[in-house]
Design a protein around this ligand. Structure first.
Ligand SMILES: NC(=O)c1ccc[n+]([C@@H]2O[C@H](COP(=O)([O-])OP(=O)(O)OC[C@H]3O[C@@H](n4cnc5c(N)ncnc54)[C@H](O)[C@@H]3O)[C@@H](O)[C@H]2O)c1
Length: 382
C-alpha cells in the first residue's frame, strides 16, 4: 500500500491517494474549502457531464445550492434526487427510484452519482453506483463527522432489508471523496457526538492497526489526542479536528487495503458494532450509529474484562473519555436485554450458538480479532 500526500490548492488542503500494488483504491481530497473544487475534480477524472446529486432532508439547502453552482461553473449538468431522512433512505424502493432516474435521464458509465450528505446517503449512493450499468462514477461529499471519518471511506456500500441493517451491498470504491470540515459547521451537536462515537473506536484499535499495517500514529496516540483536546463542544474550525479526521481515514484505508474483503484484520473496524447494530435496531434508529458504537465499545471492554483480557483501570479510563465527549456508555433501560439479545442473534458474525467478537486486549488500542462469545455469555453481561 502506498499513501501519498500531495499539496492541494490552498496551504492546508491536500490529496491523499491510497493505492494497493495494482490499483488506485481511493482518492481523498481533504481541507478547508475542498468542496469548492468539486466540479474541477470531477472534470479531471471522467468525461461524463451529468451528475446525479443524492441529497437528504435536514441538510441545509445552502450546501446543495453551492454544489450546483460549483458544478455548473464546470459545465456539469446537476440532477437532484432527495431521499427520505436517515435509514429510510437505504431501502430497495429508493434504490429502484435511483436506477429508474438514471435510466430515464440516460446516464452513461462516465456520468456520476454524487452523494451529498451523511452515511445513509453514501451507503445507498454507493450501492446504486456499483450496480447501475455494473458501475458508474461515484463521488462522495460526506457532510457528517461520522461519514467523513468512516462511512465514506473504505468502499462498503449497503441498503437495509426487512430483517436487518446493511444486509445487501457491495464493495465499490468511489473515484473521489471530498472532505471539507466546513460542512460540519451546520451539523447539530447530537450528530457531532455521533461522529465522535466512531472516532473513539479508532482510538481503541490504533496500536493493532499500527502493528499490522503501514499506518503510523501521530506523535501522540489518538486516545491521548482525544483526552487532551476534545470535549462535547467540537468546533468545525478547531485546528485539532482536521488532523483527527485525516488520522481516522488513514487508519481505515491502511486496514482496508491490507484486507479489502474482511478475511481477518478488517474485522477490527467492527469493534463495538455487534451491540451497536442491535441498539440501533431495537431503538428503531432513535440511537445514532456513533452513540451505539460507543456503547458497543464499552460493552466489548466489559466482555474483555470478564475474560481477563484487560484490566478494570482501562475500562475506567475509557468511561471517563466517553463522559468527556458527552457519549453514553450504556443504553436506555426501556430496551430489554432480551430484545437486544434477539437483535444480536441475527448478527452476520454468528456461527452456531456463538458470535465472533472483536475484543480489546492488554490495553486500550490493542484488539483480539476473533473471540467466540456464546449467546448465554452475552446474556450474562448485557
Ligand atoms: N459504509 C460504511 O463503511 C459505513 C460505516 C459507518 C456507518 N455507515 C452507515 O452510515 C449511516 C449513518 O451515517 P450518519 O451518522 O452520517 O447519519 P445520516 O446519514 O442519517 O445523517 C444524520 C443526519 O444529519 C443530517 N445532516 C447531515 N449533514 C448535515 C450537515 N452538514 N448539517 C446539518 N445536518 C446534517 C442529515 O440530514 C441527517 O438527518 C448508517 O446507515 C450506517 O450504517 C456506513
Amino acid at each position: 500500500m502506498r499513501i501519498r500526500l500531495q499539496p492541494g490548492k490552498s496551504d492546508a488542503a491536500y490529496t491523499m491517494l491510497f493505492k494497493s500494488n495494482l490499483t488506485l483504491a481511493q482518492r481523498v481530497d481533504i481541507g478547508p474549502e475542498s468542496r469548492l473544487r468539486t466540479g474541477k475534480i470531477l472534470k479531471q477524472i471522467a468525461t461524463g457531464n451529468k451528475v446525479l446529486i443524492l441529497h437528504q432532508p435536514g441538510l441545509p439547502e445552502t450546501w446543495l445550492a453551492e454544489l450546483k453552482s460549483v458544478l455548473s461553473e464546470q459545465s456539469l449538468e446537476a440532477h437532484v434526487l432527495i431521499l427520505p431522512a436517515g435509514e429510510s433512505a437505504k431501502s430497495t424502493a429508493e434504490l429502484t427510484k435511483i436506477w429508474s432516474y438514471l435510466q430515464q435521464s440516460e446516464f452513461s458509465r462516465e456520468d456520476w452519482i454524487l452523494a451529498l450528505g451523511g452515511g445513509a446517503v453514501s451507503d445507498i449512493g454507493g450501492f446504486a453506483a456499483a450496480t447501475y450499468l455494473r458501475g458508474i462514477k461515484l463521488a462522495l461529499c460526506p457532510t457528517t463527522l461520522l461519514a467523513q471519518v468512516d462511512a465514506a471511506i473504505g468502499g462498503k456500500t449497503a441498503i437495509n432489508l426487512e430483517h436487518g441493517k446493511n444486509l445487501a451491498g457491495s464493495f465499490y470504491f468511489p473515484e473521489i471523496v471530498i472532505i471539507d470540515p466546513e460542512y460540519l459547521s451546520t451539523l447539530p451537536e447530537s450528530e457531532r457526538k455521533s461522529g465522535m462515537g466512531e472516532i473513539v473506536k479508532y482510538a481503541l484499535i490504533e496500536s493493532t492497526v499500527e502493528e499490522e499495517t503501514e499506518y503510523k500514529s501521530g506523535h501522540l496516540p489518538l486516545l491521548k489526542v482525544l483526552e487532551n483536546n476534545f470535549t462535547t463542544n467540537i468546533s468545525w474550525n478547531d485546528p485539532s479536528l482536521l488532523p483527527l479526521i485525516a488520522s481516522c481515514i488513514q487508519m481505515k484505508m491502511a486496514v482496508v487495503l491490507k484486507d479489502p474483503h474482511e478475511s481477518r484484520l478488517r474485522r477490527c473496524l467492527n469493534l463495538g458494532h455487534t451491540l451497536g447494530h442491535a441498539l440501533e435496531k431495537a431503538s428503531n434508529f432513535q440511537i445514532s450509529h456513533g452513540q451505539a458504537v460507543a456503547s458497543g465499545c464499552h460493552f466489548a471492554l466489559k466482555l474483555a474484562q470478564s475474560r481477563n483480557l484487560i484490566a478494570q483501570a482501562e475500562i475506567e479510563r475509557f468511561t471517563l473519555l466517553l463522559e468527556k465527549l458527552g457519549l453514553d456508555k450504556s443504553y436506555p433501560e426501556e430496551l430489554s436485554r432480551q430484545t437486544l439479545l434477539n437483535a444480536m442473534s441475527s448478527d452476520k458474525k454468528r456461527q452456531g450458538d456463538a458470535i465472533r467478537f472483536v475484543l480489546p486486549e492488554e490495553r486500550l488500542g490493542k484488539v483480539n480479532l476473533a473471540t467466540q462469545i456464546t449467546l448465554q455469555e452475552l446474556g450474562e453481561h448485557i
